[in-house]
Design a protein. Structure first.
Length: 590
């Protein structure tokens, strides 16, 4: 079989060692620097004589060529989307591990340069265009799915003469990682699944309907609030306030806040700034103060215009999700029967407080009119999970993935799990927090050892309320301190721990503007956190300490110094006003 694998290209082979010892080994196996190439594989792995398709890959040999390779890591990026250019994300995440580990990235079939599927007239919310797309692509589209994709990965492994892979997946890439491990256990040395999806007994992916999302999102929406005295005092039931917000928007539509805005807010609770202020902004909106939630909505991209274009140029998203998901209707039924079954499902499990139709539909809607002739789940039905080291990790505020971390690890005989407090999606790849990548690195270096390192992304305390005037600010013995400190804290909350740098001019909460420069300084121009006080000046970070020189329009000039991005209800602020030093401990939130 391997003799029939044809290397179509060998781009970027910068240095090649001694000739191969076996004629079947791909030339990239002998490269000492990056090698981009491709092989050809069967469209249908169950029919070796079927049409051939192209599968590109990138091979990054370990950087310290004075040492032998300690193993090969297969980087399996999420989506489903093109992954050929994800090498930078994996090299950043793996860092020094790549000194003695090789990295392999195999393009996902149906995307990029790997026999891409494209329907130029597809409009994902219009069933007739979905049916037309299916007719255009024909029966070959059924083979663009995870079970076939991981067979491609294994074909590249064989071509390179690699005995086994440590599979490292994030988000949808965890589907690949688990599918590979269960389908090719003898060639799996370890598994890393960051923000994992999970399958049911049939092997299809669970928790993929819109009802599933709403249930999980509402269960986690109050997580950032629980650690904050101010937030949990003001908001004992944050999920109920989401229902109140939706009712308010239905009664009084707001052009700045659509149902898609609420949907995306629920999906991105852990993003810097949003988790800190989301609950308070929602509650204040219901109480009549629209400004905080309007600001939050401005950071959320709810433009659906780009979605159709993505599906048109990456139509394989449909083939993967429709094949891989555990859909709430019979896969072999007609579209009309499926539609009735979906309606019955939604009657039994109502979509509350938002319906999928209000946000442009969900997978189960898009797949209604997609043919599903193959029974080919990502994980073989009833498959055993291999007895190899496995690490699963995810954030506690991830509505769709955090709940899978522990149960997925338990499926592996040697599985370990790490739940990162306040962690973002695919934390080890995104750097939110940076310690998540360190967990993955330490595991891959010594997979058999227990992972004991602690890791948290808790860099803030959630707000309880946004004050409108200075009368609502906490009292301090230093005139103007509360307004200056709360204004500065609010702006740092917007940019996050790693966000100080050059950027566009942005509005203050209730007026004024601020912007960052190339030296990492935030410049404030009459920024109003409360209506009646404007604050101007500069904020910079110096060795992890915030230093602010601020002037209030009411007169006082203050120098403030404190440790920002600390998960505390109060923080110590030192400084001076008109040359008089002070030390106070104001609350970090109100």
């Amino acid at each position: 079989m391997i003799r029939n694998i044809i290397a179509l290209t060998a781009i970027g082979v910068l240095a090649v060692a001694a000739p191969a010892t076996a004629e079947d080994t791909h030339p990239c196996a002998r490269a000492t620097q990056r090698c981009d190439a491709a092989i050809q594989v069967p469209l249908n792995w169950d029919d070796p004589g079927s049409e051939r398709i192209t599968v590109p890959f990138t091979w990054l040999p370990h950087t310290d060529q004075t040492r032998p390779s300690a193993g090969v890591i297969a980087g399996l990026d999420g989506g489903p989307q093109p992954v050929a250019r994800s090498d930078r994300a994996f090299t950043d995440a793996l860092g020094p591990v790549l000194a003695d580990h090789d990295l392999l990235i195999v393009e996902r079939r149906g995307f990029g340069a790997s026999s891409p599927l494209r329907c130029p007239d597809l409009q994902i919310e219009k069933p007739d265009t979905v049916r037309a797309c299916a007719n255009q692509l024909g029966p070959r589209a059924q083979f663009f799915s995870t079970d076939q994709r991981v067979a491609d990965v294994d074909a590249v492994r064989r071509a390179l003469g690699v005995p086994s892979l440590a599979v490292y997946g994030d988000s949808y890439g965890t589907v690949d990682a688990v599918a590979y491990a269960t389908r090719f256990p003898a060639h799996t040395s370890a598994v890393v699944a960051d923000s994992p999806l999970m399958s049911d007994r049939s092997g299809h992916l669970i928790d993929t309907t819109y009802q599933d999302f709403l249930r999980n999102a509402l269960n986690t929406v109050g997580t950032p609030c629980q650690a904050s005295q101010a937030c949990r005092r003001e908001h004992p039931r944050p999920a109920a306030e989401i229902f109140d917000l939706v009712r308010t928007l239905r009664a009084h539509p707001d052009p700045k806040i659509s149902m898609s805005t609420v949907d995306i807010l629920l999906r991105t609770q852990a993003v810097a700034g949003r988790g800190r202020e989301a609950v308070a902004a929602v509650a204040d909106y219901i109480d009549g103060d629209q400004v905080p939630l309007h600001r939050l909505a401005a950071y959320i991209n709810t433009d659906r215009g780009g979605r159709d274009e993505f599906f048109r140029t990456n139509t394989a998203v449909l083939t993967y999700q429709c094949n891989d998901d555990a859909l709430p209707y019979d896969r072999d039924a007609s579209p009309d029967v499926r539609a009735r079954q979906l309606a019955d499902y939604r009657d039994r499990y109502p979509q509350r407080p938002i319906a999928a139709a209000e946000v442009g539909g969900n997978n189960e809607d898009f797949c209604l009119n997609w043919p599903l002739p193959r029974q080919a789940p990502p994980v073989p039905a009833g498959a055993a999970y291999p007895d190899v080291p496995a690490l699963t990790l995810g954030g506690t505020t991830e509505p769709m993935f955090g709940g899978n971390v522990v149960p997925l690890a338990k499926r592996f005989p040697h599985g370990q799990s790490v739940l990162v407090p306040f962690g973002g999606h695919a934390a080890s790849m995104s750097g939110n927090p940076a310690c998540a990548a360190e967990l993955v690195r330490s595991f891959l270096v010594e997979p058999a050892k227990p992972v004991h390192a602690t890791c948290t992304a808790e860099t803030y305390r959630a707000m309880g309320h946004f004050p409108r005037t200075s009368a609502e600010l906490p009292a301090t013995r230093v005139p103007g301190l509360a307004a200056a400190f709360m204004t500065a804290s609010d702006l740092l909350g917007q940019v996050g721990p790693s966000g100080l740098g050059p950027g566009p001019q942005l509005p203050g909460l209730r007026g004024g503007t601020f912007t960052g420069d190339a030296n990492g300084v935030l410049h404030l121009t009459s920024v109003r956190y409360v209506d009646d006080i404007a604050v101007s000046g500069d904020i910079r970070l110096v060795n992890g300490t915030a230093e602010a020189d601020l002037t209030l329009d009411s007169g006082p000039k203050l120098h403030l110094s404190w440790r920002p991005f600390q998960a505390q209800d109060k923080t110590t602020v030192t400084g001076s006003t008109d040359g008089h030093p002070f030390t106070v401990c104001p609350p970090t939130t109100t």
